[in-house]
Write a protein that binds this ligand. Structure first.
Ligand SMILES: [Zn+2]
Length: 257
């Protein structure tokens, strides 16, 4: 028997329905393979600002399965940028987002929402073996746990985050080998802070970072080209934009441990 889930709501599982012809125009994008995409599985860690800009697009593109994890509840102050509606206020974010994604489907996507943090998924015996993970949480302890866990499993992770002033954001791909998140941010292992509630938040930078994250997923699953594993964007000043190929750091305590 499955152990009980934490949180105020039970997990949700639903399946979308196919719409003939809906994927016709993206199939001709060079490197995009609908058959591969529609049998692929994505795990979204977090179901807030960033994942609200990523998950609906993955579903619209016809992903095979998407699983969402978050223990947070929807508040009115989320509605300026997250894929929730007034009916969702007070509900668990992972469950509410999963429900809202149902109407976005163009294929028979399997959508699961679990009202729990990533760290709680172990005690709830969730077997999380996706093709790609997207980490869109707001704190470093969870990012570190995600980095370590999926490097061990050999599953790529797309990390994305935005700055507290909502001006810049980044996407970093931690692949099966090569640089891990702590190779990019060596101090991350020493940061156990959680952000204060009520920090400024707006949709535009989330959309910009989310777009690169969605593209990065395609490059991991298929043959869409990518020459970088770290991409940084700033809204106010294009000179701050850039990309890099981060290399594994010798002696990195996270991926070498
Ligand atoms: Zn490392």
């Amino acid at each position: 028997m499955r152990p009980p889930f934490t949180g105020s709501q039970a997990s949700i599982r639903l399946r979308g329905s196919s719409i003939p012809g809906a994927a016709d125009r993206q199939q001709s994008i060079v490197g995009f393979d609908q058959a591969i995409f529609s049998r692929s599985s994505i795990l979204c860690i977090g179901a807030g600002g960033l994942i609200s800009q990523i998950a609906p697009t993955l579903v619209r593109k016809g992903i095979g399965r998407i699983t969402l994890l978050d223990d947070d509840l929807v508040e009115p102050s989320n509605l300026n940028r997250q894929r929730f509606y007034i009916k969702d206020v007070g509900a668990n974010k992972a469950v509410a987002l999963a429900r809202n994604l149902g109407r976005e489907c163009i294929v028979a996507t399997e959508i699961c929402g679990h009202p729990m943090r990533f760290e709680e998924s172990f005690m709830n015996a969730l077997h999380l073996e996706p093709d790609v993970v997207v980490c869109g949480v707001d704190n470093n302890p969870t990012r570190v746990a995600v980095s370590r866990s999926f490097r061990t499993k050999g599953i790529p992770v797309v990390f994305t985050a935005v700055s507290r002033d909502a001006d810049h954001g980044y996407v970093f791909i931690q692949d099966r080998e090569g640089a891990c998140l702590a190779c990019l941010f060596p101090d991350i292992l020493n940061d156990d802070r959680y952000p204060c509630p009520g920090t400024p938040a707006i949709a535009d930078i989330l959309q910009a970072a989310g777009a690169f994250a969605v593209y990065a997923i395609d490059t991991v699953l298929m043959r869409r080209p990518r020459s970088w594993n770290y991409r940084r964007i700033a809204l106010s000043d294009g000179a701050s934009d850039g990309c890099a190929s981060i290399r594994a750091r010798v002696g990195c305590p996270l991926h070498d441990s």
